[in-house]
Design a protein around this ligand. Structure first.
Ligand code: DC
Length: 208
């Protein structure tokens, strides 16, 4: 079974997807981490972030891999920490925008996610990567709450900067971020992680 969890930055996707996957014993696939790792490698190798075909070649040559301990690897480098830097936050939408890059990523995401039961999180999982997913959820939250959550992950970054970064990322990501027609849209502003996870787990039980 595939559980697709989509939504914008700060909607609670990552925490919810990881907690849900652990609770169900499903594989957890963070597709945002794949775009982040490619962005990190492109910087490392000096590949232009505006060059879609070159980035797609880089992605094809260096598939991202994950392990159960949360390590993220690309081209022999462990990048789980580095891909969460503010610099990558800013640059990753530029990389994720290229159609050629998305095609390579989609193939890899499909291969990784369809091996068994999986919770796949991203922006376009329910619509493009796994439209066949049995459970589709699109998480949303108020802007101020999303900025507050980002702040918890980025201590030391000012509230105004966080809100502005979020606004810019929303604009850049908007084109690939939308709920599938058959997705449950869940507002997480007032909900705890446990409440969100329980609701999705109930959907999984229902669809099984
Ligand atoms: O969810 P995140 O912040 O880790 O995502 C990083 C970037 O990758 C963000 O700019 C959106 C983009 N992304 C995407 O376009 N499609 C996905 N399936 C996942 C992430």
């Amino acid at each position: 079974m595939i559980v697709a969890i989509d939504g914008p930055a700060g909607s609670g996707k990552s925490t919810v997807a990881l907690t849900l996957a652990r609770r169900l014993g499903f594989f957890h696939l963070d597709t945002g981490a794949m775009y982040r790792a490619l962005t990190w490698l492109a910087r490392e190798e000096g590949v232009g972030l505006d060059d879609g075909p070159a980035l797609a070649r880089l992605a094809r040559e260096h598939p991202v891999s994950f392990d159960a301990e949360g390590r993220v690897e690309i081209a022999g480098h462990e990048v789980a920490g580095a891909i969460r830097e503010a610099e990558i936050d800013r640059l990753v939408p530029v990389v994720a925008r290229h159609r050629e890059v998305r095609e390579v990523m989609r193939e890899r995401q499909h291969a990784l996610g369809s091996a068994g039961d999986a919770v796949i999180e991203g922006r376009d999982i329910g619509t493009v990567v796994a439209p066949e997913a049995e459970v589709k959820v699109f998480l949303v939250a108020d802007e101020s709450e999303r900025a507050r959550r980002r702040g918890e992950d980025r201590p030391g970054v000012g509230a105004d900067t966080l809100a502005e970064d979020l606004r810019i990322r929303d604009e850049r990501d908007a084109v690939n971020t939308r709920p599938a027609a058959d997705a449950l849209v869940l507002d997480t502003t007032q909900l705890s992680v446990d409440e969100v996870v329980s609701r999705i787990a109930a959907l999984v039980t229902e669809r099984r």
